[in-house]
Every structure is written in C-alpha cells, then in structure tokens.
Write a protein that binds this ligand. Structure first.
Ligand code: ADP
Ligand code: MG
Length: 697
C-alpha cells in the first residue's frame, strides 16, 4: 500500500464506505491521511464528573447505566436520555431531542464518551449535556487503545462514517503505508526546522503522550504547521511558476522619457500623495520591462487611483501605444471618460468613449478612430472588447473595479493587443491572504494614503422609530448647502424590485418629506440618458437629495455630498456598505453615514458595528472575510480560490506568507536544476487538477 492506493483497498473500507468517502473527495490513502482532525480530546486526562462545573465544555468517559425515552411536560418533542456514571460515582445525563434513533445505539454496560457543554439539570439535579457528541466503545475492541487513554483526534463524520471509524482507518493507513520520500525539499525543511512528512502526519493524527493540547487545538504544533506550510507551498510554487512563465513573454518595454515625465507632471491638478508617487513608480518600473505588466492596484475608495491610471496612460501613449480603460458600469465608464478627457485633452491626446448605448453612426465613427490609431485612449464598458472593435496598437489596459469582471473579460481585452500591459484597479480591498492566493500571479500595489483634507466620516446606526430625526438632519445639511444620498435596500438578485423600492421611496420623500427640496432618482432600470441626467444634476448641485439603488456604489464622485443614508443597512454586505459610505467624505466638510436598521441578526449587528468602529478598508475587508468565510467573500469561488484541506486562510495567514517567500525563492533560485524539475513534476501530477494551475511549467 502506498499513498496512491485507492481507499477501497484499505481494510475496513467496503464498497459502501468507499462511496461515501469518495463523495467527500477521499479517493486514495493519501486523501485520507490529509483529512485532518478539527479538534482533539485529551482522554488521557478526563475530568471526573464530580469536578465538572456548569458552563464548561468537557469530555466525560463512563459506563451507561440507563437509557429512556422521556416526554417533558409542555413539550411536544420526545427526549432520549442516556445516564452515564464514571469512577467518581456521579452520573451525567445526555439528552437528545428526537433522539429515538439512539435507542438501538446505546445499551447498559457500554463504555461511552460524551462531549459538550455541561449544564445543571433542575429536575434531576444532575449534570447534563444536550446533544453531546458521543462515541461508543466495545469492550472487546482490539483498537480500544486508539480511542481511550490518550489524546485522540476528532474528525468531522463523513456521512455514516463516524469520527471513530475515521480514526481507525487513519491509524491503519498510517501503519500500512509505504513511506515514500518527502516531496518537500529537504534544505527548506531543515532550515525551517520542520518534521518529515510521515512523522508530521503521525503526530497530527495521533499526538504522543504529553503533546501540547493548546498548541494542538490552535493547529500550531510543528507537525501541523509543516502540513499547513506544505499545502500553501505547492500552491505558491504553482503560482510562482505561472508568473515566471508570464514574465518570459515578450511584451512592450515602455521607456519613461523626459517628455512623458514632463507631461505626467503637467497634467497634475494637485500634489500627489506619497502613496500615489510610490505606486506610479512601481507601475513605471513594470512598464519599462519587456515582460508584460500584470499589476493589481488596490486603493480604498477615494484614494486617488484615477490619476495614477492617467499617468500610466501617458507613458504608454508617449511610446506610441493606445490605452483601453474598462469599467463595469456605464455610469462609471462615463465618469472615467470625463476624467481622462479633462486631464488628457489639454496635452493634445484624443480620448474617445465606447459603451453599449453608443450605437450606429456614432459607434462606427469611434471604431474608425480606434483602428486608425487616432484615438489615444478609449474609455468604456465591456463594449471595448466587442469582436468588431479593433485597435491599431493597444499597449496598456486599465481595468477599473476588478471584482465586477470575470476573468474571461480580462482575457478578452488581452487578445486585442499583443501582450499589452495590464493594470487592474480595485476599490474593494482584498485581504492579503486572499490576494496572495487568487491573484498570486499578479504583482500588487497599494494606495494606502488618502489625499489630504478629508475629514473622517461619522457613522451611526439608527432604528426606524428615529427616522423623523434623520430626515430633519438631512434637511439641516441641505439648508447649509450640502447634498445627501439615500440608498434603498438591497433586494436579492433583482434590480427591478430594487428599482421599484427606490421609486416608492422617491415619491414618498419628494412629496411628503422634502417638498421644498429637489429630490432626484437613480436606479439601474433607467435609460442611460436618464441615469446620466440624474447624475449630472446631482453633480451640479441642482438636486439636493438623490434617492438611489446600489448603482451609486462605485466610483461616483460628488465632493459636496455629506450625508449617506443607507436604508435597511442590515441587508447589505460589509464591503458594499463600505463602498457606499465612500461616496461621502470627499470634500472638506464634515460627512455622515447613517445606517437605518431593523431586526438585526447577529452577523448583521457585527457588520454594522464594524462600520461604526472603522473606516479602514483593509480592516473592513478582513472582518468581512472573517464573517463570511473565504468561500463567500465576493464570490471568490468563481475566481478560482482553491479549497484547502489542511490550511485555513484565516488562521494560517503567516504560514501563507512564509510559503510564498519560500516558493518564490525556490522558483527563482532553485538549489539545483533537478530540484526545480522534480518540483514541477510533483505539482503537475498532484496539484494541477485541484488548483487549476493549468499552464504550470
Ligand atoms: P478612487 O481611488 O476612488 O478612484 P479618485 O481617483 O476618484 O479615487 O479620487 C477621488 C477624489 O480625490 C477625486 O476628486 C480626485 O480628484 C481627488 N484626488 C486624488 N488624488 C488627490 C491628491 N493627491 N490631492 C488632492 N485630491 C486628490
Ligand atoms: Mg475610481
């Protein structure tokens, strides 16, 4: 038996169990050995029942003295009760609602372990545990020593395969498997003081006596850490190889000549922040290389990404290339277009726009300007990658607000040029742990400094019985010459319903609440022309209050707006709330964000409190990741976030950093050519399918 032996060959795995395990992705002995315990129980040192205190979570080991079905008064549910006595002479009662199925599981005289939160039962005056996890031991079990009298691993049951069964199978696999050489390069393992693979597996599944329980539970024993590191290491090696391959491609080397330098300075309407200067430097350096740039620019809302992109555009244009700037919505595309035009036409560049709503003659005219190379910059939506749009010499692609695009669209634009440089900009700060995995093949620049003169935004939660006071506050601000947004609740997946809610709110507010002010309306179902009109009027200050759906979420820039009211804030995700709040606080005047809520759930409360506490996009993103888990964090699943079997992105950040460093060093400077070769082979064989690193090596 070796690591690749099918799981069904393992003693104790029949066809039925085999199917169940395979359903969970456990096909081989290796898969089983990498199915990790999620916690441990110290059964070498079980507390007697006499020493348990209510409220603590504990394991009890004892003998079953009685079982019964019991129907509490005032309850329709029947309860299964299990009485267990241990050496201290006291008993504890395990209780299961709808526990009828357990009548055939337990019988008097069995030795069992129960695990759960200890409570004091008023009726029986005994300790009890509701719905404990449990294990039954057979007196004649030859493997009894595996499950009792030691620190035992606890696994999540897989279908009907219990934690106890998994424990037995794992022990058998560890015993019988042929110990192949460790694939983790020895110099790295030595230098980092990590145990050999099989030793690590052995100690992770079956820690020896005296192992540190606290470290085990934190997944920080040397054995566990090695397995975590290993998983990240191969992923990062795969990404590093992919990146190296991309760097071998011949793209355009853009020189930063004096003329470009002078123009970059000349267009600046303000003094750039230190962060803007640093990031432009990083970009210019990338552009100067022959290898195509693949850079992710992360900057919180309002951090000033646009000007950086405009400056990068100048470098490309001064080298005789065209620039495409793509945004996810028409509103944003139009705004980008106006910004680029305002900054670039004074120095003689031709900027054109191209969106889905530009059709017929207007569209043909633009297409001609683009293919003939008259247009220096093309700003638009995904219309930029329509099949019929051809470029004369596309050298730089800027993609604004990345997370709204699929990877496919990124590729679509890439094919419009010959290995153009790519700058992806996102206002959703991505926790570093995620960007290292999803965007591991991109280089990352971070704008971590807001332009001067911004005052912090005061954020407050309010209930609906205070809405009148919120309205008077808005009125007060408007009378002082400011403007306000009122954003309507998110309605799952339906922009039409969201639009309807916005229309109703708009009618109510404009008629009954603010008859003296001009109220505007903006939602996704409006025609582009009407959307633009609504935006323009708000921008010029003709509209004082703008009722909108989340279409205002990205990019809208009106410095005079100081109030953001978010209706039913509990229905929004954290990063969405943060994006919306970023629409205010863009001018010198003090700004406010008011989160209207109703019926807060626990996690909604946590989101709202995070918003009240901080304005730091990265902190918010980390919190968002923590609340939602990596899988749901803006649909990362589709972005190719791998599923880890040992590692945990939240818990193991620092191991990921280490793995990345080591992987890059390994790929850039392998100890020997053979080392890299065997690494590539190993990754190709084992990891490509799981991580989709299709073009590795
Ligand atoms: P975002 O990163 O959200 O795209 P923008 O590029 O739209 O941010 O910039 C937000 C606002 O800040 C704009 O009005 C822009 O003109 C202004 N701005 C950007 N950089 C600076 C700076 N260094 N000094 C002053 N204002 C700046
Ligand atoms: Mg922007």
């Amino acid at each position: 038996m070796d690591l690749s032996t099918p799981i069904t060959y393992l003693k104790g795995v029949g066809p039925q169990r085999g199917k169940v395990l395979e359903g969970k992705g456990i096909l081989t002995v290796e898969d089983l050995l990498y199915y990790m315990p999620f916690r441990y129980e110290d059964r070498s040192n079980v507390k007697p029942i006499s020493e348990l205190a209510p409220g603590e979570t504990a394991t009890v080991v004892g003998t079953v003295t009685a079982t019964q079905m019991y129907k509490p008064r005032h309850s329709r549910l029947r309860l299964f009760e299990l009485r267990v006595r241990d050496q201290s002479g006291l008993a504890i009662v395990g209780k299961w609602f709808r526990g009828g199925y357990l009548e055939t599981v337990f019988e008097r005289g069995q030795t069992v372990a129960l695990y759960g939160k200890i409570e004091y039962d008023e009726r029986t005056r005994e300790a009890s545990i509701v719905h404990p996890e449990f294990e039954v031991f057979r007196a004649d079990d030859p493997e009894a020593a595996l499950h009792l009298g030691r620190i035992v691993p606890v696994y999540r049951a897989i279908g009907k395969v219990s934690t106890r069964a998994i424990r037995s199978l794992t022990a058998r696999a560890l015993e019988g498997v042929e110990r192949s050489p460790d694939p983790l390069p020895e110099p790295i393992r030595r230098r980092l003081g990590m145990p050999e693979r099989f030793k690590a597996l052995q100690e992770t599944h079956f820690p020896g006596p005296g192992a540190d329980m606290r470290a085990l539970m934190a997944f920080r024993t040397p054995a566990q850490y090695r397995l975590i590191f290993e998983e990240f290491f191969y992923l990062e090696c795969g990404l590093a190889l992919k990146r190296r391959k991309a760097q071998a491609v011949k793209g355009i080397a853009f020189g930063l000549n004096d003329q470009a330098r002078e123009k970059i300075k000349r267009i600046l309407p303000f003094k750039p922040t230190g962060a803007q200067k640093r990031v432009l430097g990083e970009i210019a350096q990338d552009m100067a290389l022959t290898a195509p740039m693949n850079r992710l620019l992360q900057g919180d809302v309002g951090s000033g990404k646009t000007i950086v992109a405009v400056q990068a555009a100048i470098i490309a244009i001064e080298n005789g290339c065209q620039v495409a700037v793509m945004a996810p919505t028409e509103i944003l595309a139009t705004q980008n277009f106006l910004n680029f035009q305002k900054l670039l036409s004074p120095i003689g560049y031709h900027v054109v726009d191209l969106t889905g709503s530009i059709r017929g003659v207007a569209r043909n005219k633009r297409k001609r300007l683009i293919v003939e190379g008259v247009a220096h910059v093309v700003v638009g939506t995904h219309a930029l990658i329509s099949e019929d749009v051809e470029y004369q010499r596309l050298g730089l692609i800027v993609i604004d607000e990345q997370h709204r695009f699929g990877v496919m669209q990124r590729l679509g634009l890439l094919q419009k040029g010959e290995h153009p440089d790519v700058l992806v900009m996102t206002a959703t700060p991505i926790p570093r742990t995620l960007s290292l995995t999803i965007y591991g093949d991109l280089d990352v620049s971070i704008l971590d400094e807001l332009p001067p003169g911004r005052s912090p935004i005061t954020t407050r939660q309010r209930e609906y019985d205070q809405i009148e006071r919120v309205y008077s506050f808005i009125a007060k601000e408007v009378r002082a010459g400011r403007q306000a947004y009122i954003v309507c609740p998110v309605i799952e997946e339906s922009e039409t319903k969201a639009a309807k809610a916005a229309i109703e709110t708009y009618e109510h507010l404009s008629r009954n609440v603010f008859p003296d002010f001009t109220v505007g309306l903006l939602h996704g179902r409006l025609k582009t022309k009407d959307k633009e009109a609504a935006m323009d009027s708000f921008k010029r200050g003709e509209t004082s209050i703008l009722v909108a759906t989340t279409v205002v979420e990205v990019g809208v820039d009106v410095p005079n707006a100081t109030v953001m009211v978010i209706e039913h804030a509990e229905s929004f995700g954290l990063s969405q709330l943060h994006q919306l709040r970023g629409r205010v606080g863009r001018g010198a005047a003090k700004s406010y964000c008011i989160l209207m809520t109703e019926n807060l759930t626990e996690t909604a409360r946590e989101r709202i409190q995070t918003m009240e506490r901080t304005q730091d996009g990265f902190e918010i993103a980390e919190k968002d990741l923590e609340i939602r888990g990596p899988g749901e964090f803006f649909g990362v699943k589709q972005s190719g976030l791998p599923e880890f079997r040992v590692a945990n992105l939240l818990r193991d950040r620092e191991a990921l950093e280490l793995a990345r460093q080591e992987a890059r060093a390994m790929v850039d400077k392998p100890g020997s050519p053979g080392e890299l070769k065997s690494l590539v082979e190993y990754i190709r064989e084992k990891w490509q399918r799981r991580y989709g690193l299709v073009q590795v090596g």
